[in-house]
Design a protein around this ligand. Sequence first.
Ligand code: ADE
Length: 261
Amino acid sequence: MNFIVLTIFPEMFNPFWEHGIIKRAIDRSKILASAVDIRDFAEGRHRITDDRPYGGGCGMIMKPEPLAGAIRAAIKKTPLSKRILLTPQGRRFDQSVARELASSDGVILVCGRYEGVDERICHDFIDDEISIGDYVLTGGELAAMVIIDAVTRLIPGVLGGKDSAEKDSFSESVLEHAQYTRPSTFEGIDVPEVLLSGNHQEIEKWRLETSLIRTFLKRRDLLENRCLSLREIEILKKWCHDIEKIVYDQSIHGPDALSGG
Ligand code: ADE
């Protein structure tokens, strides 16, 4: 998998390449990654990469010639790579887009700056436009890092555990279950007993339940759009039953029933 980032701030990527899982993926040749300075393809003594918009208006636009030169040079290195422009106008990046990119040969990530890039670049040099969310960043660099990070960890052999990427939050459109590590008691709060029991079947059941509860409480939209398994339906039905019982009991006997008042 080859990532080529086209940017006017290539130095921003140095610390990114040099830490954690990304560094390990580069060291183990799981990915190739480079940041190329768009300015290297700009003409003139000042190597200008932006200019005023035709028709007036505020802000500056990225000039087409340096971008075209940088994209052409990147295509020469990796002809099969997808050319992606990072822009708040693009389709929304999510786990399924990450999976889609992870199965491609490579990506050329074009980082826009200023008020945008000349439209002729979008038409003739770009395959796809991606946004990492409905907010406006000062440039595409952070968006490129987000995408590289999310895609890299999906590449086989990048993460330690054999199946740690598949079991993640979102990989099956439910959130990941609650996690605990040592000590078994922290500031008076114990780790759930079942996790210390060594009973793997019970632990798996508990994990599925906490995963469904979290998804229901935090991201109900994910659950509504998910095709539930029979086991999951059973768990949800049991909650419905338990909740209905609480509501029924309280409505028959009144809220004071518990306090005896
Ligand atoms: N550039 C500026 N804002 C952006 C965003 N939200 N996503 C991707 N690229 C951007």
